[in-house]
Design a protein around this ligand. Structure first.
Ligand SMILES: C[S@@+](CC[C@H](N)C(=O)[O-])C[C@H]1O[C@@H](n2cnc3c(N)ncnc32)[C@H](O)[C@@H]1O
Length: 243
């Protein structure tokens, strides 16, 4: 396994041990709502639009880099046939636990999202990819593989941080501080803090949007969320495999 991948796995496992907020898993109320036909998949302060998932029942869904006991169990409760693939055993353990207690038939796979060779061509109707591409140095292989394993007409939903998250650094001063645009894109955390074990990559919008289009995806949905910290801007795209 490549060094960066081993380090990302360690970093994520450590965040799970420290209960990062995105490791919380679905509550029994959320699971029940999904069973009752009210599937809600959070995207920061918004939800994935209900109409994007309105026909999810019975569909084959790959939750890509989407462990943590949240999206996969909710999708399974909504009647989807779910596979979750993730790098982190500790994140996958959360899905395993909820699947067991809720008797949910979720396929749980440990692996790297850059290599989906375990799945055949045209295997899935949907791929849902929660924020995770910032842990991968090159996102093109991920998009190429997603395009291959989706059925024709299949839907790819991905979430990621806008590059502004990486362009700006916080500057402390007597007025309380401000953000300054200082970093050129693409960005790699190791270039800025070689002492840190944290690895994160800031990709350009050209890589995110142009990269999907280059693989043959047709984009038909785009949503943004800006959090209280104004550089915390995230986006979600919906694209269709069009052949
Ligand atoms: C911020 S979490 C997102 C999952 C979460 N369910 C959510 O609600 O946002 C990022 C996930 O990406 C996974 N991940 C990071 N790099 C990966 C890779 N190369 N292959 C597969 N999974 C990866 C991590 O293990 C982690 O579970």
């Amino acid at each position: 396994m490549e060094e960066w991948l081993k380090q990302v796995e360690k970093n994520i496992d450590s965040l799970v041990e420290h209960n990062a907020d995105w490791t919380a898993g679905a509550t029994s109320e959320q699971l029940q709502e999904a069973r009752n036909g009210q599937l809600k998949l959070k995207f920061f302060d918004k939800d994935v639009p209900a109409e994007w998932l309105s026909d999810i029942k019975g569909k084959k869904v790959l939750c890509l880099a989407g462990a943590g006991g949240l999206q996969a169990p909710l999708l399974a409760c909504a009647g989807a046939d779910v596979t979750v693939l993730d790098l982190s055993d500790k994140m996958l353990e959360k899905d395993r636990r909820i699947a067991k207690t809720g008797n949910l038939p979720i396929r749980i796979e440990k692996g790297n999202m850059c290599d989906l060779s375990r799945f055949g061509d045209c295997s899935f109707d949907y791929i849902l990819n929660p924020p995770s591409l910032m842990y991968v140095p090159d996102i093109r292989p991920v998009f190429k593989e997603c395009h291959r394993v989706l059925k024709n007409g299949g839907t790819f939903i991905m979430m990621a941080p806008n590059p502004i998250n990486y362009v700006c650094d916080f500057v402390n001063d007597e007025t309380g501080g401000y953000y300054k645009a200082v970093n050129r894109m693409p960005y790699c955390s190791a270039d800025h803090d070689p002492e840190s074990d944290w690895i994160e990559y800031g990709h350009t919008m050209e890589e995110y949007i142009g990269g999907q289009i280059d693989c043959g995806f047709l984009m038909n949905g785009y949503i943004e969320c800006q959090l209280e910290d104004i550089t915390e801007l995230h986006f979600m795209t919906r694209a269709v495999k069009n052949e």
